[in-house]
Design a protein around this ligand. Structure first.
Ligand SMILES: CC(C)(COP(=O)(O)OP(=O)(O)OC[C@H]1O[C@@H](n2cnc3c(N)ncnc32)[C@H](O)[C@@H]1OP(=O)(O)O)[C@@H](O)C(=O)NCCC(=O)NCCS
Length: 148
């Protein structure tokens, strides 16, 4: 992902969040999440070296996955119009490839939205404890054991 992709990524994340995640959050959770994915915050995380992949269709960005090094998946969003066509799975495959190429071992962590738990299960993640609520952001900690 390039810095020039940030506005399109922000629009995509906001649309996916608004449809599938925000309805389960209170006002504080919505506000804190939107700050986390604001264009400034996205730019800062890119500068810090978070690894980020985008998926494109017809030159439009339709998916994004971001890893905080070494092994925390901090964002995975697919455009509401492009679901169930394997976009998240292909982004995840790129992330796993990169983790393996770096020789990472152990577990990848994610704080899944309640909406995405089943999708992460399909990738091989398992729940790690119960749901948490930090600043109104409700999530389910999950882990994925890297092969090897
Ligand atoms: C979760 C999300 C990223 C999945 O994206 P996607 O491109 O539709 O997922 P894929 O098509 O790659 O599907 C991967 C697998 O998960 C399953 N899956 C995807 N979304 C699912 C859902 N909401 N409920 C149950 N299963 C789901 C698919 O059937 C597929 O399973 P299979 O490969 O075993 O057949 C997308 O729905 C999204 O952006 N959700 C809103 C934002 C969100 O909650 N993101 C996570 C933040 S932590």
């Amino acid at each position: 992902m390039a810095a020039s992709d940030i506005p399109a990524v922000f629009i995509l994340v906001r649309a996916a969040f608004a449809r599938d995640v925000a309805p389960g959050y209170g006002a504080d959770g919505v506000q804190n999440f939107l700050e986390y994915v604001s264009q400034n915050a996205l730019a800062l995380r890119l500068r810090k070296g978070h690894q980020t992949w985008v998926a494109e269709q017809d030159k439009a960005i339709v998916g994004v996955l971001q890893l905080r090094l070494p092994r925390h998946l901090c964002m995975l969003f697919v455009s509401p119009d492009c679901r169930y066509s394997g976009i998240a799975r292909s982004l995840w495959a790129l992330a796993v490839q990169s983790l393996q190429a770096r020789g990472e071992r152990g577990v990848v962590t994610v704080n899944s939205s309640p909406y995405a738990v089943e999708a992460y299960r399909r990738f091989g993640f398992t729940c790690d404890g119960g749901q948490t609520n930090v600043g109104g952001i409700v999530s389910q900690p999950m882990v994925f054991a890297l092969p090897g």
